[in-house]
Design a protein around this ligand. Structure first.
Ligand code: FNR
Length: 423
């Protein structure tokens, strides 16, 4: 990669501008989101953009970042800038990861494969979702040696959890990220008002369909929920056709045997476990030697327990405001969390990161690395693999410029002396 990502990005964009060509991928989040909205279906946009309830947590994430003010230092010779960090004992070219996002096929047919390739090409780790559209084996293969982690929703079946973890190990995932905040699906009016849940069309269940343990559960019917009441009309038939088409295997066999419907119904009942507790984290430690990250932690009390339980790290996150409405913005929680963690945990910040300046702020607030979410899903919607790559490059370019213009020559120099917080 070029020594200066920012320099190359600016040169390329302004040079194209001389021929009247503007970037396919808008370079700021707001235009990125509005362009993506135009290419996404109404349902896909609702699923990706929507948050819980009155959308207050999404707002809180953004306003928490905007309350953090950067205080640039001058005359520090910023002719060089090193954005690399060490994470899980490996040197990474930047402090950025791609968070797990389910059902990426809603954004683009390239889905997880396109994202994996873009991430690998820039040395950015990609956290595979439990709700991915494509199975981890296929995505890993397309990423060659690119860094990947696996995000786990703890299923009602421990056997299924074990199977997912073993597959992640075989796929050379570097860590298991257990998402704790989605033991139940949040109240999401954008989706509810359209009556739309992609899983019911067999979308976003790419990890499950080829899994031997999941298939056993489908066969034995042990997790088949009671049938709900659905009015049968033309729309129902279309949904069923889509489900049978999308489900693994032959369309006609799925339709005749009823297997797709059985699989989807089993999935809705088994994918997450509301009884999840610290006991399962202890179980996971016995199941695998991979480093364990807990995603969704943002209460200080939970950070203390995570330290005493000896997990490797936490992803400080409110799931992008999709679960609890009115939750605290992540940037507001980071200083206290960093103090409690006291370097005993790796802290990754997630939720509401929209720019390179936000990455800078999260690092200054005490995070060791930062997850990018919706921005890359929008890049995927507009431009597939190239779109994701450009979104990452734009964020890294702005991070680099923010560092150099504030006198930070490496990530360690981004400390809390670089910011002040409005209260
Ligand atoms: C998510 N997120 C998520 N998290 C997770 O652990 N597993 C998952 O399958 C998903 N799926 C998912 C789908 C969509 C459409 C979105 C937008 C988000 C949450 C994700 O990992 C991350 O926490 C948020 O995206 C961060 O918020 P922002 O920065 O994207 O607003």
């Amino acid at each position: 990669m070029d020594a200066s990502i920012a320099g190359r990005q600016q040169r390329e964009i302004y040079a194209q501008g001389m021929s009247g060509i503007t970037p396919l991928i808008p370079t700021d989040f707001y235009q990125l989101e509005s362009k993506a909205k135009k290419v996404l279906s109404k349902k896909a946009y609702a699923y990706i953009a929507g948050g819980a309830g009155l959308q207050n947590t999404i707002q809180n994430n953004l306003s928490a970042f905007s309350k953090v003010k950067i205080r640039p230092k001058m005359l520090k010779d910023s002719s060089q800038c090193d954005m690399s960090i060490e994470l899980l004992g490996k040197k990474r070219t930047s402090p950025v990861l791609l968070c797990p996002i389910g059902v990426l096929e809603l954004a683009h047919p390239g889905a997880d494969i396109a994202v994996g390739k873009a991430a690998a090409s820039l040395g950015v780790p990609f956290i595979f979702s439990s709700q991915a559209s494509e199975p981890m084996e296929k995505v890993s293969q397309s990423m060659a040696s690119g860094s990947r982690w696996f995000q786990l929703y703890w299923s009602k079946s421990d056997d299924l959890v074990k199977s997912f973890v073993e597959r992640a190990e075989r796929c050379q995932c570097e860590a298991i990220v257990v998402t704790l905040d989605t033991t139940l699906l949040g109240w999401r009016p954008y989706d509810l008002n359209l009556g739309y849940l992609p899983f019911l069309e067999a979308k976003g269940i790419g990890q499950y369909m080829p899994d031997p343990v999941f298939n056993k559960l489908v066969d034995d019917g042990s997790y088949l929920p009671p049938a709900g009441k659905t009015k049968v009309n033309l729309h129902t038939l279309l949904t069923l056709l889509r489900m049978n088409y999308r489900y693994e295997g032959s369309f006609f066999k799925n339709l005749v045997s009823g297997r797709a419907l059985r699989g989807v119904r089993t999935f809705t009942n088994v994918y997450s476990n509301p009884a999840l507790s610290w006991k399962e984290i202890a179980k996971l430690k016995k199941m695998t030697d991979l480093p364990i990250f807990l995603k969704g932690i943002h209460h200080p009390d939970d950070v203390s327990i995570a330290v005493s339980e000896g997990v490797n790290g936490i992803i400080v996150s409110n799931h992008g405001g999709r679960q609890v409405d009115g939750a605290i913005g992540i940037a507001s929680t980071l200083p206290e969390i960093a103090e409690i963690a006291d370097q005993k945990l790796t802290i990754i910040a997630d939720s509401g990161v929209r720019s390179g300046a936000d990455v800078f702020k999260a690092l200054a607030l005490g995070a060791n690395a930062v997850c990018i979410g919706r921005p890359y899903a929008y890049g995927l919607a507009i431009g597939g693999e190239t779109g994701v790559r450009d979104v990452i490059l734009h964020i890294l370019a702005e991070l680099e410029l923010t560092m150099r213009l504030t006198g930070c020559r490496n990530i360690d120099e981004i400390d809390n002396s670089m910011i002040s917080i409005d209260h």
